[in-house]
Design a protein around this ligand. Structure first.
Ligand SMILES: *[C@@H]1O[C@H](CO)[C@@H](O)[C@H](O)[C@H]1NC(C)=O
Ligand SMILES: *[C@@H]1O[C@H](CO)[C@@H](O)[C@H](O)[C@H]1NC(C)=O
Ligand SMILES: *[C@@H]1O[C@H](CO)[C@@H](O)[C@H](O)[C@H]1NC(C)=O
Ligand SMILES: *[C@@H]1O[C@H](CO)[C@@H](O)[C@H](O)[C@H]1NC(C)=O
Ligand SMILES: *[C@@H]1O[C@H](CO)[C@@H](O)[C@H](O)[C@H]1NC(C)=O
Ligand SMILES: *[C@@H]1O[C@H](CO)[C@@H](O)[C@H](O)[C@H]1NC(C)=O
Ligand SMILES: *[C@@H]1O[C@H](CO)[C@@H](O)[C@H](O)[C@H]1NC(C)=O
Ligand SMILES: *[C@@H]1O[C@H](CO)[C@@H](O)[C@H](O)[C@H]1NC(C)=O
Ligand SMILES: *[C@@H]1O[C@H](CO)[C@@H](O)[C@H](O)[C@H]1NC(C)=O
Ligand SMILES: *[C@@H]1O[C@H](CO)[C@@H](O)[C@H](O)[C@H]1NC(C)=O
Ligand SMILES: *[C@@H]1O[C@H](CO)[C@@H](O)[C@H](O)[C@H]1NC(C)=O
Ligand SMILES: *[C@@H]1O[C@H](CO)[C@@H](O)[C@H](O)[C@H]1NC(C)=O
Length: 575
């Protein structure tokens, strides 16, 4: 009797699994063409939902209100075009060539716009979003976002490598390289400055940004070598090593996950880290943990911690076993639209697992370390640390369970995808109906890259294999210039004047850490600070009297620091 029960339970789970796999087969074949069409509809000038967008400009979503996403983000556009360029360069879709050339032209235009982040030489490359008619957006926003130039150069480098392999080096060297070099020089000079994260909320250091910056400089150095632009190579290599070193610092060994941001006061469990892993996947690097490859023990452990944080958070995940696939969102503390699952984060989990499977399938072996053991034990409770080759039952059981687990995440997205295949940004945690922006271009791109990963589509290496992490990390303060701030302010007894602003040297807008100014030329208060060169810096003065903080009135003050030399900023208190 017992035996029979166990047998029928097995049969039940086998058929449940078979149906997940075939559900996902069906989803991939129906959603694949719809996602491709949905993505193309949002790209100018001809996209049916991209009216007003210039050629090659990606509209984030056609949603005009609640939220208005009719803008072009450098991050979203670059990830979307990386997916397009990957399809083109792997021979899956030859029709994309004209669009890729439009993208390059459009982004070169955006690079040269003057925006609140500055102009081309004063930090403008860190500007996160633009109007779709290729003009600057001047409103307040979380800026700068320093992942944009890195992701954009990675997309273009992938295309450049393809052109070189096909004998078109001249065009790469003369036309494409100058565009790529602007972004790489920006990354090289500014990676060690704080940034807004990919969700545009926290200004600190962010794992996703550091990881994609590292990748861009590695492959940028290789491209520069290939086209004999040798003057930049050693600088990029040095900063890539510094980035690889810094990247390690996000790993929290006691908690077993990558902490997504250095600031923000959150748990740090965040889709940021799975997205970083899939967007820096290098099939040649195996399960390298220094670059947090998808099958590395650290990335798998982190994935488990991230996924687990949503199990009891969303109503639609109720009743799913501890080792079952669930809908995931950006991070558990998310309150945007009340905090819901996103298509692109749930598919990122699947994609990381498919990427891992691709490597294990290729090497024919799988390692379990003490770090990754909890991840594997969810899927095979008897799993133990060790190396298992493809002839072992541990290997075959785990490969099959992980494949089913990965499919489970896409099956959830499938369940909440309407029959027309439209993918919004989010779906309700309570009932799965679509929430926030409709037709999110990044959602479509994320579906396509996950589907390709499920097929083990092979992409070129970007140079992650065999890297050595420097034993001590070196910062890159970049160039700095001396700026003397002077403000005239009458104060009462015991009241002092301070300054704070949007850079580390001005204490990142923290009034309790603000810099005390000198009153020896009273009523003028002064302080001299070393600030990053060639950057727009915003700041304000404040007074503190017996612990009470009083800010000067809006707007924020702003200066553009020069490339070298000194600057005097003379202000009067805004009241
Ligand atoms: C960028 O701004 C700086 C400082 O305002 C200015 O000196 C420089 O000429 C500008 N560069 C361009 C290309 O506009
Ligand atoms: C570009 O688009 C913005 C936002 O729709 C609009 O305010 C602006 O006038 C447009 N500029 C040009 C030059 O068309
Ligand atoms: C090289 O590639 C560029 C961009 O696609 C294209 O415009 C150009 O015609 C190509 N040149 C040759 C010789 O194929
Ligand atoms: C700059 O790099 C150093 C060395 O890796 C690191 O300790 C520091 O946190 C970094 N700061 C930023 C803002 O990137
Ligand atoms: C597993 O570990 C062994 C020994 O440490 C190593 O040689 C091998 O490359 C690893 N394989 C994978 C897939 O990580
Ligand atoms: C890995 O191998 C398994 C078993 O042969 C296969 O089903 C799967 O498609 C392969 N690749 C991926 C990404 O799962
Ligand atoms: C899920 O966990 C249960 C309980 O630990 C275990 O018996 C089962 O094998 C796991 N299933 C899969 C597919 O990993
Ligand atoms: C689904 O849940 C959302 C809240 O997340 C609610 O606004 C909506 O009315 C619900 N729709 C249905 C069909 O229950
Ligand atoms: C997966 O591979 C098969 C066989 O090569 C191909 O027909 C199919 O189009 C691929 N699907 C995706 C989504 O890449
Ligand atoms: C205060 O600064 C202003 C210029 O900002 C200058 O004209 C004035 O002489 C200064 N006063 C003193 C006491 O240094
Ligand atoms: C400073 O604040 C403390 C606590 O509020 C108060 O007791 C004290 O009298 C204040 N001193 C002055 C000089 O205002
Ligand atoms: C000044 O900068 C802070 C920090 O970025 C920002 O929150 C605030 O909105 C800015 N003030 C104005 C008036 O733009």
């Amino acid at each position: 009797m017992l035996c029979q029960l166990a047998l029928s339970a097995l049969a039940l789970s086998a058929s449940a699994v078979a149906s997940t796999s075939s559900t996902v087969d069906t989803y991939v074949s129906s959603e694949g063409p719809l996602a491709r069409a949905g993505l193309l509809a949002n790209i100018g000038p001809d996209g049916s939902k991209a009216s007003g967008a210039s050629a090659g400009v990606v509209v984030a979503s056609p949603s005009t209100t609640s939220p208005n996403y009719v803008y072009s983000w450098v991050r979203d556009s670059s990830l979307v075009f990386k997916a397009i360029i990957d399809q083109y360069t792997t021979g899956q879709d030859d029709s994309f060539l004209d669009l890729i050339n439009d993208f390059i032209t459009a982004e070169a235009t955006l690079q040269h716009l003057t925006s609140p982040s500055g102009n081309i030489t004063t930090g403008g490359l860190g500007e996160p979003k633009f109007y779709v008619n290729e003009t600057a957006f001047e409103g307040p926003w979380g800026r700068p976002q320093r992942d944009g130039p890195a992701l954009r150069s990675t997309a273009m480098i992938t295309f450049a490598n393809h052109l070189i392999a096909n004998g078109n080096t001249t065009w790469v060297k003369d036309t494409l390289w100058p565009i790529i070099q602007l972004d790489l020089d920006y990354v090289s000079a500014n990676w060690n400055e704080t940034t807004f994260d990919l969700w545009e909320e926290l200004q600190s250091s962010s794992f996703f940004t550091t990881a994609v910056q590292h990748r861009s400089l590695r492959e940028g150095s290789a491209l520069a070598t290939a086209i004999k632009e040798t003057s930049v190579v050693s600088g990029y290599d040095t900063q890539a090593d510094n980035l690889l070193c810094f990247l390690q610092s996000y790993w929290d060994s006691s908690s077993g996950y990558i902490v997504a941001n250095t600031g923000g006061g959150r748990s740090g469990k965040d889709a940021n880290t799975a997205l970083a892993s899939i967007h820096t996947f290098d099939p040649a690097a195996g399960c390298d943990a220094a670059t947090f490859q998808p099958c590395s023990d650290k990335a798998l452990s982190s994935l488990k911690v991230y996924v687990d944080s949503f199990r009891s958070l969303y109503g639609i995940n109720a009743g799913v076993a501890q080792n079952g696939s669930v809908a995931t969102g950006r991070y558990p503390e998310d309150v945007y639209y009340n905090g819901n699952p996103w298509y692109l984060t749930t598919s990122a989990v699947a994609e990381q697992l498919y990427d891992a499977l691709t490597v294990w399938n290729t090497t024919g072996s799988l390692n379990i370390t003490s770090t990754s053991l909890p991840f594997f034990q969810d899927l095979l409770p008897s799993a133990a640390t060790g190396t298992y080759d493809s002839s072992s039952s541990t290997y075959t059981t785990l490969i099959s369970a992980i494949r089913d687990y990965a499919d489970g995440f896409l099956a959830i997205n499938a369940k909440y995808t309407p029959t027309d295949g439209a993918l919004s940004e989010q779906y309700s945690k309570a009932n799965g109906t679509q929430v926030s922006a409709v037709d999110l271009t990044w959602s479509y791109a994320a579906a396509l890259t996950a589907f390709s990963a499920r097929n083990s589509t092979k992409y070129a290496s970007w140079g992650a294999a065999g890297l050595t992490v420097p034993s001590t990390c070196t910062a890159n303060p970049g160039s700095t210039v001396s700026v003397t701030f002077t403000v005239e302010k009458d104060t009462s007894n015991g009241e002092s004047v301070y300054i704070t602003g949007n850079v580390d040297a001005l204490q990142d807008w923290n009034p309790t850490a603000a810099l005390l100014m000198d009153d020896k030329s009273y009523p003028n208060w002064t302080v001299t600070v070393k600030l990053p060169a060639s950057q727009v810096v915003e700041y304000k003065y404040l007074t503190i009297s017996n612990g009470t903080v009083a800010w000067e009135a809006d707007p924020n003050n702003s200066i553009s620091t020069p490339a070298k030399g000194t600057l005097a900023a003379n202000d009067s208190w805004q009241s």
